[in-house]
Design a protein around this ligand. Structure first.
Ligand code: SF4
Length: 338
């Protein structure tokens, strides 16, 4: 066993501390960041942390294969649509591939025993390691002393005496360590993985219930706008602000229509599903519903854009007049999450 390892970096305090503890023991570290559309951590923040630590930084981009893990978790979901055990197994498997490629002997994580109810309990941590083919090869510098010694500790590659025994959800000890190590510029704990969020979970469930083939882009779209299920095959997304309107335009693709207010401040609507006059009418009623009366011109027009393959300009469909609005109760019945 050599002294080369990879560390999963999120940019947060725990993983930064874990990396720092290993670097102080002379471990040759490479930082790995796993990117997913619902992830809790920002890639730029993680990259900055790796830079501060002075370690190489690699990104593993999650693929559509990962959706299968989220959709059919062998070990079930947590409080929302977060299949943490299956997700961690998958992540560890991906990290293991990188370890083999760069000749690293073990994995370092910032996990803290008992910090998360599903994936950071003793039994689940052991299960995850084993299922990912990394049994005994995960060093958790923050909690190591509260756990069985890992293989690198047993082999003396890592000095167990210089590791910690932090457990639970309090962050006091990590903050004290940050001061001790002079790590003063770290982000506050992030909002967390969106899959643990109840409202996002409702959207995920709706997507899983209505669509057979799902890709990362479908999942990405769940983050923007207000979502409405109009029929088993049709969903409408209404932008909540200028930025979301612009984002929805970027997701215009074949099989989708974009309804864009023509020179007045109002939401855009992205319609996902087969073309249908009723659904088009619904998109217009939604724009009408969410347009402030004072922003609405006497002759409000909406441009209908037709999605084409990426890289081409969208086709311009008809320009239609905006008139009636949709009743709130009708809207509420179709709403998916908040
Ligand atoms: S919180 Fe989200 S990213 Fe983290 S293990 Fe659970 S499902 Fe995966």
């Amino acid at each position: 066993m050599n002294k080369k390892a990879v560390v999963m970096v999120s940019g947060g305090l725990d993983s930064t501390l874990a990396a720092k503890i290993m670097l102080d023991q002379g471990v040759d570290l490479t930082g790995i960041y796993l990117s997913a559309p619902w992830g809790c951590c920002d890639k730029t923040v993680a990259m900055k942390a790796a830079h501060t630590l002075g370690i190489p930084f690699l990104v593993i981009k999650m693929t559509d294969e990962y959706i299968g893990v989220i959709r059919n978790p062998k070990y079930g979901y947590g409080s929302s649509m977060n299949p943490c055990i299956d997700c961690r197994i998958y992540m560890f498997e991906k990290v293991k591939e990188v370890m083999a490629r760069i000749g690293a002997s073990f994995l370092v994580t910032g996990e803290v025993l008992g910090q998360r109810p599903m994936s950071q309990m003793k039994n689940s941590m052991a299960l995850i390691e084993e299922r990912a083919g990394l049994k005994g090869l995960v060093v958790r510098p923050l909690s190591a002393k509260a756990m069985e010694p890992s293989l690198p500790e047993q082999a003396g590659v890592v000095d167990r005496e210089k590791l910690y025994g932090i457990t639970g959800r309090s962050r006091k000890e990590q903050m004290a360590l940050a001061i001790q190590f002079g790590l003063l510029d770290y982000p506050n704990p992030a909002g967390g993985c969106l899959l643990t969020d109840q409202e996002f979970g409702i959207r995920v469930k709706d997507l899983f219930n209505h669509q057979d083939k799902i890709d990362l882009e479908d999942m990405e779209l769940l983050r923007f706008g207000r979502h409405f299920r109009a029929s088993p095959s049709t969903k409408l997304i209404v932008g909540r602000n200028e930025q979301e309107n612009a984002t929805l335009a970027e997701y215009l693709a074949p099989g989708r229509l974009l309804f864009q207010p023509d020179q007045f401040a109002a939401p855009s609507v992205l319609l996902l599903g087969p073309p249908d006059d009723d659904m088009n009418g619904l998109a217009l009623k939604m724009i009408s519903r969410y347009t402030k009366p004072e922003k609405r011109p006497a002759e409000a027009k909406v441009l209908v854009k037709i999605g084409v393959p990426r890289g081409n300009a969208p086709l311009q469909g008809e320009t239609v007049t905006l008139n009636e609005s949709i009743a709130q109760e009708e809207l509420d019945k179709m709403r998916i999450g908040l």
